[in-house]
Design a protein. Sequence first.
Length: 87
Amino acid sequence: MNIVFISDDAHGWGIVSAEQIKAARMSPADFSQCSYQTPNGEIYALEEDCDFPKYLNKLESMGIKYEITDRHVDYADKDNPRSWDRI
């Protein structure tokens, strides 16, 4: 599984789909208000300090292999999760 990690100059988020969260036997309720979701709830940006590690630990406990690809965005970029809704 490939996971994109988006960061701006101040923070970062692991980007996962609703299907990836379900496959990890998790739900949006498992994550804090520090994470974001697209308005349609199809994509989630899991906050780097607590929610993303929680998700990765769950994958590891299930034996699911993953790779992380880094992507930097500007603060005002339309792809910056800061412009999304909070979970």
